[in-house]
Design a protein around this ligand. Structure first.
Ligand code: GDP
Length: 462
C-alpha cells in the first residue's frame, strides 16, 4: 500500500564508472514504466507479467531503440524496500549508459527521486521505523567499523524491538488505566492499581537500561572529542602520531613546534576519537603561538577526554604544575599519561602525587609504541564492556536520548502517582505524556522537521 501518487527513479549506485549500475524505480506506475523501457530477451510476455523477485534478462530501450542489455527485478507491493511496486534494473556501469537508462525511465513516466526518497517512502509507507531509517543513514555515513556495526541490520532491528516493547507495554497499561477511569464501578480494568504501578516502574527500568547504552553509542557514532595536552616536548605529537598510526604532526625536539591545533578522526576499536593535538598551554609573546595557545584552552574546555602528557624522565616543571591545576577544573575525563618510560626515570614522589590526584593514569612510551594500556583504558571508560556492538540495542542519537529520558521520568512519576493514592486521571496524564515522549523517541510521532533532517543526510538513490 503506497501513500504516494508519483513514481520515482534514480541511480542507486555511486556516480562514476563501474561494473554495473543499479537503477531503482518505485511507485504505482513502476511496472508500466518498466514495460516501456525494458524488453525481456526471451519469451513474448511483458516484464510486468514475469515472476516477482526473479532476474529477467533483457534489453533497455530508449525511443524504441535498444541502448543496453542487463537484468531487471520486479518487487510487487508491499514486499519491496519502499513498500511500493518497485523495479530494479542493472545495466552496464558507464556514466553515460546508466544515465541513458535513467532518462528512459523518465521518458516512460517516472520522475527524479529526491535525496533519500526511497528510504523516506519506506518509512512513510510503514516498511521501516524512523529508528531503522536513521540507522541506515548512519551506515551510509560510517567511517569506522563500530559505526558500521551500529547502523547494521542486527543492531537497528534490536533497537527498534526495544522501542516496540516499551510502546506496547505502555499502551497495555494505559488501556487498563482508561478502563478504571471510564467504568469505575464495573471492574473492567484488567490490572490492579498495584500491577499498573509495577508495570510502569518496570518500563521505566527498561528505558533506563537503554539510556545507559547511550554513552557507548554516542562515543561510536559521534566520536569522543579528545585533546592531547602537555607542555612542549613531553611527547604530545609523538602520542598523537602513534594513535593516528602515521606521521600527521611534526615531531621535533624544539619546544613549541605544534603551533596550531591538528585534528584527526581516529578509530580505536569500535570507538572513534576526534583527536586534537594542542600547542603547549603557556605564556608566550609569539603572536602566532599565542593564537594556538588560546585555541588549545578552548579545545580543553570542550573536550570529553583529555590525555594530559607528562615527561616521566624529567622532573615536573612549573608549566606542568600549572597544567595540573587547570586539569582539575575540567569536566572532561582526564587520563594522566606518563610518557618516556623507556628512558631513565625521574624521582617518583611528585609523579605519585600527580597520579593520586586523578582517577585515571597510565605509563607509556610514545617512542617505542607502547600505548596498549592507554587504548584499553579509553575503551573501558567509554564503551560498556557488557554490550556487544552490532548485536545489542544501543542508543546513539541525541534526539532519541532526550525524548527517552523524558519518557523514563514520566513513567516513574505516573507510578508514583498511583502509589501515593492519587486519582487514576493524574497517573493517566503522566502515562500519556510518557507515551508521547516515547513516540517521539522511536519516531512514531515526530515533526516534519525531524523527518526532513534525518533524510537530508541521505544521497539520491537511497
Ligand atoms: P611535543 O612537543 O609534546 O609534541 O613533543 P614531541 O612529540 O614533538 O616529542 C619531543 C621529543 O621527545 C622528540 O624528540 C620525540 O622523539 C621525543 N619523545 C617523545 N616521546 C618519547 C618517548 O616515549 N620516549 C623517548 N625516549 N622520547 C620520546
Amino acid at each position: 500500500m503506497s501513500n504516494f501518487a508519483s513514481t520515482i527513479a534514480a541511480i542507486s549506485t555511486p556516480p562514476g564508472k563501474g561494473g554495473v549500475a543499479l537503477i531503482r524505480v518505485s511507485g504505482p506506475d513502476a511496472f508500466k514504466v518498466a514495460d516501456k523501457c525494458f524488453r525481456p530477451a526471451v519469451g513474448e510476455t511483458q516484464f510486468s507479467q514475469r515472476a516477482a523477485r526473479t532476474a529477467v534478462r533483457g534489453y533497455f530501450l530508449a525511443d524504441g531503440t535498444v541502448i543496453d542489455d542487463g537484468l531487471a527485478f520486479r518487487f510487487p507491493s508491499p514486499h519491496s524496500y519502499t513498500g511500493e511496486d518497485t523495479v530494479e534494473f542493472t545495466c552496464h556501469g558507464g556514466i553515460l549508459i546508466s544515465h541513458a537508462v535513467l532518462e528512459a525511465t523518465f521518458a516512460a513516466g517516472a520522475t527524479p527521486a529526491g535525496a533519500g526518497e526511497f528510504t523516506r517512502r519506506a518509512y512513510l509507507n510503514g516498511r521501516i521505523s524512523l529508528t531503522e531509517a536513521d540507522a541506515v543513514g548512519q551506515l551510509l555515513e560510517a567511517t569506522s567499523m563500530g559505526q558500521v556495526k551500529l547502523g547494521g541490520y542486527e543492531s537497528r532491528t534490536r533497537l527498534s524491538e526495544a522501542f516496540d516493547r516499551l510502546h506496547t507495554g505502555l499502551v497495555t497499561l494505559l488501556s487498563s488505566l482508561y478502563a478504571s477511569i471510564d467504568y469505575p464501578e464495573e471492574d473492567l480494568a484488567s490490572l490492579t492499581d498495584e500491577e499498573v504501578a509495577d508495570g510502569l516502574l518496570a518500563l521505566s527500568a527498561d528505558a533506563d537500561k537503554l539510556l545507559r547504552t547511550y554513552k557507548t553509542g554516542h562515543s561510536i557514532r559521534a566520536g569522543i572529542p579528545t585533546v592531547i595536552c602537555g607542555r612542549p616536548n613531553v611527547g604530545k605529537s609523538s602520542l598523537y602520531n602513534l594513535l593516528c598510526r602515521e606521521e600527521a604532526a611534526i615531531v621535533t625536539d624544539v619546544a613549541g613546534t605544534t603551533r596550531d591545533l591538528i585534528e584527526r578522526t581516529v578509530s580505536l576499536g569500535d570507538l572513534t576519537l576526534l583527536l586534537t593535538d594542542t600547542a603547549g598551554i603557556r605564556e608566550t609573546s609569539d603572536k602566532v603561538e599565542k593564537i594556538g595557545v588560546e585555541r588549545s584552552r578552548a579545545a580543553l574546555e570542550n573536550a570529553s577526554l583529555v590525555l594530559a602528557v607528562f615527561d616521566r624522565s624529567a622532573s615536573l616543571t612549573d608549566e606542568d604544575r600549572e597544567l595540573v591545576e587547570r586539569l582539575k577544573t575540567l569536566s572532561a575525563t582526564v587520563i594522566i599519561c606518563l610518557n618516556k618510560t623507556d628512558l631513565p626515570q625521574a624521582d617518583s614522589d611528585e609523579f605519585d602525587r600527580l597520579t593520586n590526584a586523578f582517577p585515571h593514569s597510565v605509563s607509556l612510551s610514545a617512542k617505542t609504541g607502547d600505548t596498549e594500556t592507554l587504548t584499553r583504558l579509553i575503551t573501558t571508560l567509554f564503551a560498556d564492556g557488557a554490550l556487544t556492538v552490532g548485536q545489542d540495542a544501543i542508543l546513539s542519537d541525541a534526539r532519541q536520548f532526550g525524548a527517552l529520558s523524558r519518557a523514563k521520568e514520566l513513567l516513574t512519576s505516573a507510578a508514583d502517582a498511583i502509589r501515593q493514592g492519587m486519582t487514576a486521571e493524574v497517573a493517566c496524564s503522566d502515562a500519556e505524556l510518557a507515551l508521547a515522549a516515547l513516540s517521539e523517541a522511536d519516531g512514531r510521532a515526530v515533526s516534519e522537521e525531524v523527518v526532513n533532517s534525518i533524510f537530508s543526510h541521505f544521497c539520491v538513490g537511497k
